[in-house]
Design a protein around this ligand. Structure first.
Ligand SMILES: Cc1ncc(COP(=O)(O)O)c(C=O)c1O
Length: 454
């Protein structure tokens, strides 16, 4: 089954952003009016799910909760039928609290604390990973019935974030590890790997798949252990998904063909792929420093500086972790220029391309969101910059460094859809856009009917 696809909802998101800013502007000196916020939209995740089903129909996705544990997003994915990759007790308990059956969760962490293992087992989690002898001893002591996947080393050197330096047993360790598991009476069901987050080289996947095949054969021929689960991890991106998925599907078909007497269940742990497009973020320009070249004795070529209410210690942590480049997509012009009043400020706002560097709110010099961006016009204090695709490893990595909050308001587009369908009653100023949005979800004949009701 492929679910109906939704068109891009970019305009609707902009509309929600404008609405929220308008609301904040009613009390322009409140703390809330200086807080960044997110718009969450699950529409793109539905498209992504359909792309996944088309390109990797035999691979069951277990969403990696660490990437963005937004509860409403998790519920949405649970309703779509996804499983979940949890890496901690808290993540497991969060997913279970949504009513997800423990059989749909993998505790995908090869180096866990004894207490976490015990809690997971008590909650009925049945599948986890390991890559070392000590973990096997811990499993024997605390959850001897849990089923195991041997995580093997895999590495895409071009991935945005490497994981192979920390996890994954080398191929040469596979046999002794499997032998020890057997001695302990533990049940190893298969192999897992993760080529690195933000992967770019499909050969890393195909190599890891063939190495996993080698481990399956080794287990069967040397230890008489028949394994039946392969976990190909995460690393997928919405930007290059098909480029990776096509060779990957081919390698799977070669190494683990479906039509054999010993079929292997293939699962994956995508995080970024599903979460990136979930959030659009709006950040306020709280300060600005112009270089005032005419007044300095040694004029520099540095761009003017914009200071936002969020930065690399907040939701832009990927700048530090992965050298990600964040470029604002839109400017919501609201504020004043300098001390001038709104109207006067707008009148004096210069047009044409302007170069800026963009900074976070902390006192740290590395808190730079973007060293150089070109905006279409002059940006002033009080304007809001809009950043798309902020759903992956953003809020979840935000710190409270320097006393800045890591609590964010999240506005859910789906609430406005519910409002527009009459559940809560749409607001007068937004109903036009809302109806457009709701219409996209309706079968043709219903559209006319419902429109007449308005
Ligand atoms: C074990 C494991 N699985 C899945 C993921 C999710 O990876 P990605 O967001 O690249 O899909 C990670 C990310 O670090 C991970 O460590």
């Amino acid at each position: 089954m492929v679910l109906t696809e939704l068109p891009s909802t970019g305009k609707f998101i902009d509309h929600l952003i404008a609405n929220h800013i308008q609301k904040l502007d009613q009390d322009p000196h409140s703390t809330e009016s200086d807080r960044p916020f997110f718009i969450a939209d699950t529409g793109p995740a539905l498209n992504l799910y359909n792309r996944w089903r088309r390109a990797l129909p035999s691979v069951a996705p277990f969403y990696a909760v660490k990437c963005n544990p937004d509860v409403r997003f998790l519920r949405f994915l649970a309703d779509l039928g996804l499983g979940f990759d949890c890496a901690s007790q808290t993540e497991i308990e969060l997913v279970l609290s949504l009513g997800v059956d423990p059989s749909r969760i993998i505790f995908a962490h090869p180096c866990k604390s004894a207490s976490a293992i015990r809690v997971a087992a008590a909650h009925g989690i049945t599948l986890t990973t390991f890559d070392n002898i000590d973990e096997l001893d811990k499993m024997k002591a605390h959850a001897p019935d849990m089923q195991l996947l041997l995580r093997i080393y895999a590495q895409d050197d071009t991935a945005a974030a490497q994981l192979g330096n920390k996890f994954g047993a080398p191929l040469t360790a596979a046999e002794p590890l499997l032998r020890r598991a057997k001695e302990l009476g533990l049940n190893v069901r298969g192999v897992s790997f993760h080529v690195g987050s933000g992967a770019r080289n499909p050969l890393a996947f195909t190599k890891a798949i063939h190495q996993a095949r080698h481990v399956f054969d080794l287990a069967q021929h040397h230890l008489n252990t028949k394994m039946d689960i392969l976990d190909i991890g995460g690393g997928f991106q919405d930007t290059n998904f098909e480029e990776m998925a096509v060779p990957l599907a081919y390698a799977l078909d070669e190494a683990f063909p479906a039509n054999t007497d010993s079929p292997v269940r293939v699962i994956a742990e995508p995080g970024r792929y599903f979460a990136r497009s979930l959030y659009t973020m709006a950040c306020k320009v709280i300060s600005r420093r112009r270089q005032l070249l005419d007044y300095t004795p040694y004029p520099s070529m540095l761009p003017d500086m914009l200071y936002l209410n969020d930065g690399v210690y907040g939701s832009f942590m990927l700048v530090l972790l992965e050298n990600e480049v964040f470029v604002p997509d839109t400017v919501a012009v609201r504020g004043v220029l300098g001390e001038l009043g709104d109207e006067e400020g707008q009148r004096l706002r210069a047009t044409g391309p302007h170069q800026y560097s963009i900074w976070g709110p902390t006192c740290d010099g590395i808190d730079c969101v973007a060293p150089e961006v070109v905006m279409e016009g002059e940006v002033g204090v009080g304007d809001w910059l809009v950043f798309r695709d902020m759903g992956a490893y953003s809020v979840v990595s935000a710190t409270r460094f320097n006393g800045f909050s890591n609590d964010y308001d999240v506005i859910y587009a789906s609430d406005y859809m519910a409002a527009a369908s009459g559940v809560q009653g749409p607001t007068a100023d937004s109903s036009g856009m809302l109806w457009k949005y709701v219409e996209w979800f309706l079968p043709g004949p219903l559209r006319g009917l419902l429109k007449q009701r308005v």
